[in-house]
Design a binder for this molecule. Structure first.
Ligand SMILES: [Zn+2]
Ligand SMILES: [Zn+2]
Length: 155
């Protein structure tokens, strides 16, 4: 997709969803890293991330454009154009745009399953679960002072 095509798409979506024209510039900015797009308050231009289109396709790009157009039109109309503003959130909902400028952010790291090491007292059988390995020569059972032995590691 070229800048011209991106411009066309933004104009088209603006008319279709907002019933108002987009009269500024929309283009790809290769320096955008994790944001899918960005609306610039000073120039009123919209920058788009080409990687978003390459990785996620046209639907994702459309979503981002709708999001940026919400900033654009509200800003021009002098309404609440920031993410936290009610005007902005209502308009997002109305046009079905995503809440965030980006889907490029890395998905949150899955909770890493920590290994648990299980020990028991050789005398009274008390079980000890530890996130770290323990030196069984150094420690003894806190109940009976018996010797500790390693049983197994579990996830
Ligand atoms: Zn935004
Ligand atoms: Zn014990």
């Amino acid at each position: 997709m070229t800048d011209e095509q991106a411009q066309k798409l933004v104009e088209q979506l603006s008319n279709e969803f907002f019933d108002r024209p987009f009269i500024h510039k929309a283009y790809f900015n290769s320096r955008l890293k994790t944001t899918g797009g960005r609306y610039m308050l000073n120039s009123h231009n919209i920058e788009l991330n080409k990687k978003l289109y390459d990785q996620f396709g046209i639907e994702e790009l459309r979503g981002i454009i709708l999001h940026e157009l919400c900033h654009y039109h509200l800003h021009i109309l002098g309404m609440g154009y920031r993410h936290g503003d009610a005007d902005f959130r209502n308009l997002l909902k109305k046009v079905g745009a995503p809440r965030f400028c980006s889907t490029l952010e890395q998905p949150k790291e899955k909770q890493v399953q920590k290994t648990i090491h299980i020990y028991s007292c050789t005398n009274c059988g008390q079980i000890y679960k530890r996130k770290r390995k323990m030196d069984i020569k150094k420690y003894c059972c806190s109940i009976c002072k018996g010797k500790i032995k390693f049983l197994r590691s579990e996830k």
